[in-house]
Design a protein around this ligand. Sequence first.
Ligand code: HCA
Ligand code: CU
Length: 397
Amino acid sequence: MKKKIGASNLIKVLDSTLREGEQTPGVYFDRHIKLAVAQLLDAIGIDIIETGHPTVTEDIRSAVHNIAHSKLNAIVAAHSRSVKSDIDTALECGVGFIGIFYCVSDERLSTVFKKDLDSAIEQITDVIRYAKEKNPKLLIRYTPEDTVRSQFENVSKVAVAAVKAGADIISIADTTGYMIPGSDHNMYDYVKKLNEELHKENVDPMIAVHCHNDRGLALANALDGIRGGANIVDASVLGLGERAGIVDLAQLLTLLTADYKYHKWNLSLLPELYNLVSKHSNSAIPLNFPIIGENAFTHCAGVHTHAAAINPMHYESLNPQIVGRQRKFALDHMSGMASLNYALKLIDQNDLDDELKKDILQEIKTIGQKGRLIELSELPHIIEVCKHHKHYKQIAN
Ligand code: HCA
Ligand code: CU
């Protein structure tokens, strides 16, 4: 009863920028921006795009409907509570994937839902059967919210019942970013153990992992989940999401490409996607953000630039070209002659005499001490200033 999305058994990436990402406090994407984001995600080759929870507002419903009808290659997904009216709204949008969530921890069942486990399972399976009957081709993901802190027996029981009712994917949600690789609560063991339980019951769904970043370990936990046998990983642009967010999409895709040797995503579109999402979510991209940040491929200290100019691998384990970017050598107080020579080559001025170059480097260091980086476009003017002063120094002497 192995359920697969498409022919290949490779890891699938689900982007949730438009659902989880929009749960970032203060973030809302207009309908046309949602469409633009979805189209870029599709052009990158994302497998599943979670577009929102259509019952939340009419505007979200209309955006989900629009994206579901925009002929993307990606599977378009909607989020849904475990109630039939949410399923109806999602199905009316025309999505091919519905993610249903319902927490089954003893604490939540007794204090929030005021239900026992069996009646919760009945509600969940009833909704799954309902959705599958209405559209047999629909992919259904069931997520026991806060999976990893819920009683394992509850999760295992509801997962088996959900798959028997028609769920294709069980998602393991680390809703609060609680897991720690190598500890007694880690994703690797969790995925393995759940898969073993499911196999014993003769059910074999795909397993997704949804990792929050409260401890800064979302990506590490997602990789741990893959190692344990997960098939789908959730991520979002800039890791946007509730509180500290989830796995960052660019980091995940770059790792899967550079280190896991998957070649299915067009990573050169990532900078454009990140600029779009950053602008419309009012979230500045930190300068040192991996892969995408302004400084991610900029070498600074003299020792570094000297060695990197000979061979970049001395100070790089990722080639900037993987995302269509160029390495840079910063010009600031840390710069040495190697950085200056590199920069002069870029502006076609590498024939200056050594004396002048020393003056230019001194000028760059003086400006850099004020705590700013010198742009390449400033360099020709700095050269002019240094030539001018050298000339007058000579006359004065
Ligand atoms: C939520 C919580 C959720 C759900 C994940 C899922 C989580 O915002 O509803 O439905 O797969 O982290 O558990 O994002
Ligand atoms: Cu979440």
